[in-house]
Ligand binder design. Sequence first.
Ligand code: IDP
Ligand code: MG
Length: 139
Amino acid sequence: MSVERTFSMVKPDAVAAGQAGAILAMMEKAGFKILALRMTRLTEAQAQAFYAVHRERPFFSGLVKFMTEGPIIVMALERDGAIAGLREVMGSTNPANAAEGTVRKRFAANIERNCIHGSDAPETAEAELRFFFNTADLL
Ligand code: IDP
Ligand code: MG
């Protein structure tokens, strides 16, 4: 494996529930270096753009509403095999199917309100990092 960067986000449900610190600790324990991190809040247009790949899905409008309901924490993470590694730490999209010890198993309420986002491939990782961070943030 090689050192990679990936993008992650603590979603509004987890920030509101005070779970952000525990989730960040899980990242650090899993060997991720936090390269950049910021708290922000998505506008409706930003949430629609971030999840544009899902715009035809029946859950899209509910997802946008959820993602705009409160602050989020966005971060750039670095590790050997970071992209697949983060998806492992997150667990399955539906917490009912998530493995023991994963973020979603521990904290997520349901398939929509599932606490955390992580990029799914090198191309999406770069695009999602660019969505939130400048070149200078990532040096
Ligand atoms: P991922 O976050 O595990 O990559 P995706 O399939 O990319 O999962 O879906 C993006 C987000 O959309 C999920 O994390 C979740 O918040 C929401 N979502 C996915 N599938 C459903 C669904 O069937 N109902 C409601 N929300 C969903
Ligand atoms: Mg996804």
